[in-house]
Design a protein around this ligand. Structure first.
Ligand SMILES: [Zn+2]
Length: 234
């Protein structure tokens, strides 16, 4: 038959495991959010790249319509040119047509630049799309592991809780309620050993009588400084 202190030490071990498991379960959503944020940043990078392509596309369309406008003007000038009576007017139209042609050439130059830029942007977009796909796969695996981890932790917690409940049922109620209050308050240890004549919890030097009393594992000895239950196995 084990002593009350030994029984409490087993209960304390379970309580510490319960605390650890609960903390770990509490931390998991935070870690999950970090993973999700990482995925979001990949999605945003892709969205930005797509937006750049869209803008360049609009620019391209605008230039196309500017070229068409000028071609239309040239057609009109040519028609009017046929109808003029004197040479000066004819030459004036010729100049106008020349100017429009120059503008078209400049616009076509810009069109080439835009096409080149678009090609590069599309490559960037493809790279980002591939990165996102890869990240999505990584996240899917992570999330699956996450779920598994939560399930495992919860299962373990349930088991430890059940074990703890069984142990508590067999425990002396007076000792247990004092222990429970201490553990809830101190959070680390409610039952500590005497170490070199000092309390193993607060490390204060104990009176020799207390260190001696703590050898009896079935009578309660409390640290006069921190209130922890003491035991002393020489
Ligand atoms: Zn103490």
């Amino acid at each position: 038959m084990s002593s009350k202190i030994e029984d409490l030490l087993v209960i304390q071990d379970r309580d510490r495991r319960i605390n650890r498991l609960e903390r770990e379960i509490e931390d998991l959503p935070q870690r999950q959010r970090l993973i999700e944020a990482q995925l979001d940043s990949h999605k945003k990078a892709l969205h930005d790249a797509e937006e750049d392509i869209r803008k360049k596309g609009l620019e391209q369309k605008d230039i196309e319509s500017q070229i068409e406008q000028r071609q239309e003007r040239i057609r009109k000038f040519r028609q009017q040119q046929f109808e003029v009576k004197n040479n000066d007017d004819y030459k004036a139209f010729e100049k106008q047509i020349e100017a429009q042609t120059k503008e078209i050439a400049a616009l076509e130059e810009r069109q080439l630049d835009i096409m080149e830029a678009l090609e590069q942007l599309e490559q960037v977009c493809d790279t980002k799309q591939a990165a996102l796909k890869e990240e999505e796969q990584v996240v899917a695996v992570d999330m699956e592991q996450f779920k598994q981890r939560v399930a495992n932790l919860q299962k373990e917690l349930d088991e430890v809780n059940a074990d703890r409940a069984n142990l508590a049922e067999a425990m002396d109620p007076e000792w247990l309620s004092r222990y429970d209050r201490l553990f809830a308050h101190l959070k680390d240890f409610a039952v500590v050993s005497v170490e070199n004549g000092a309390c193993g919890g607060c490390h204060m030097k104990l009176p020799p009588q207390a260190a001696h009393d703590a050898r009896r594992l079935d009578s309660m000895t409390l640290c006069m400084y921190c209130g922890r239950m003491l035991y002393n196995i020489p």
